[in-house]
Design a protein around this ligand. Structure first.
Ligand SMILES: Cc1cc2nc3c(=O)[nH]c(=O)nc-3n(C[C@H](O)[C@H](O)[C@H](O)COP(=O)(O)OP(=O)(O)OC[C@H]3O[C@@H](n4cnc5c(N)ncnc54)[C@H](O)[C@@H]3O)c2cc1C
Length: 377
């Protein structure tokens, strides 16, 4: 029987493990932390979207990711919360243009409220509904809940999920092919395939087989605030993003603040920035005036250096498979399924074609057709 070791129990590792295990492969997941989703998956804004300027191939991948989330929800997989997005921009004509392109590509988007969809209550005068891009088919993902569920299902199919197990080496044979994953406690997991789903730690795991993966990690601050009602939309203004976070809470983040944070912000800087997040949020959602954050945390985005996913086998090291991406709330469940399909059957989806890990050994620019700078959340 084929044996696969998966490094990392974030949403991507969990999705790969679930899809492999239900195909009947022998799966061992090793996670260095004591719980799942301890990395970016546990500290993510987690908006599922395919909206924004991007090359056609990347738009299609994200659109397929969003459709996958809707489908999983219909079949009872927990974690995805459908919720419309309202997006504002300082450059309204450019926003209208992005909406027109999105509609042309088959994405549900309107400039101004879409017919048949209620205008969400709450946003103040600073963000008029008539100037918003209205995206009714989006949502947010409770990534820990989804990862937890996928790992539990994988276990039911026989997968062995190990927490507190850090991968420190990948053993290869004389032919260069993967033989085993070596753990920090000196143990080893025999495997013909190792999946690197280690998020922000993935470049270190890649180095174990001489892989060229390059990451450009960036920190993001999230603050949770109490809210007397459940927010019925995600509100994305130029200086602040607000989304529901379950009953009675909202989650806040800001590109402007994140760009000042650096890779590992000190606690006092994060606390100061959380207060600023609230001030910005109250300008968009006046009912937040005077609220205090109940929790603030910093997550690290595992950006491959060119901004796009790195998913596939690395040529030259048979059995080493990379599954690393930003936008993993949108893409994780889809990439997990496509990766498992490729590992189990050898079939590589056309959606993955531009994102081979080999590209980091060269120019690190995936060939995706028309080149437009990517927009990332
Ligand atoms: C602030 C912020 C905002 C974001 N906003 C969005 C958004 O709005 N929309 C969106 O789609 N995405 C967003 N993302 C990105 C998304 O959260 C990530 O792409 C996704 O969570 C990545 O999942 P993962 O499983 O690849 O990585 P992770 O969740 O980081 O999991 C990797 C796991 O590997 C483990 N690990 C690492 N090295 C080893 C080792 N040697 N041995 C064993 N285990 C190891 C880690 O402990 C970790 O648990 C955001 C991320 C952040 C940080």
């Amino acid at each position: 029987m084929r044996a696969v070791a998966v490094v990392g129990a974030g949403v991507l590792g969990a999705a790969v493990a679930w899809n492999l295990a239900r195909r009947g492969l022998r799966v061992v997941v090793v996670e260095r932390e004591p719980v799942p989703a301890a990395g970016a998956s546990g500290a993510s804004f987690a908006r599922a979207t395919a909206f924004g300027r991007a090359p056609r191939a990347y738009f299609e991948l994200r659109h397929a990711g969003l459709r996958t989330l809707h489908r999983l929800r219909e079949t009872g997989v927990p974690g995805f919360h459908p919720c419309p997005s309202l997006v504002w921009s300082r450059d309204d004509p450019a926003l209208a243009d992005t909406v027109a392109t999105a509609r042309h590509q088959g994405y549900r988007a309107c400039h101004g409220p879409c017919a048949g969809f209620p205008v969400p209550a709450g946003p103040g005068r600073a963000v008029p509904a008539a100037r918003a891009a209205y995206l009714p088919a989006e949502g947010w993902v409770d990534l820990p809940a989804m990862a937890d569920w996928m790992l539990a299902r994988a276990r039911r199919f026989g997968a062995d999920i190990r927490f507190g197990a850090r991968a420190v080496d990948i053993r290869t044979g004389a032919d260069g092919a993967v033989r085993a994953l070596v753990l920090a406690d000196g143990g080893a997991v025999a495997a013909d395939t190792v999946v690197n789903a280690a998020g922000a730690g993935a470049d270190r795991v890649a180095r174990l087989v001489g892989g060229p993966l390059a990451l450009a990690p960036s920190a993001g601050l999230l603050a949770e605030v109490p809210l007397a009602r459940e927010l019925d939309a995600m509100l994305l203004a130029p200086d602040i993003s607000i989304r529901p976070a379950g009953a009675g809470a909202a989650l806040l983040r800001s590109d402007a603040i994140d760009s000042r944070l650096g890779a590992a912000p000190a606690a006092d800087l994060a606390a100061e920035a959380a207060a600023e997040l609230l001030e910005r949020a109250a300008a968009v959602l006046p009912e937040l005036a005077g609220a205090r954050p109940t929790a603030a945390r910093v997550g690290v985005r595992a950006f491959p250096a060119d901004g796009y996913p790195s998913v596939g086998f690395l040529s030259g090291v048979p059995g080493y498979y990379e599954a690393v991406t930003h936008s993993g709330a949108t893409l994780g469940p889809l990439l997990g399924r496509l990766a498992a399909e490729e590992i189990a059957s050898g079939h590589r989806s056309r959606l993955l074609a531009p994102y081979t890990p080999d590209r980091f050994g060269g120019s690190a620019v995936p060939d995706q057709g028309a080149g437009i700078a990517p927009a990332h959340t």
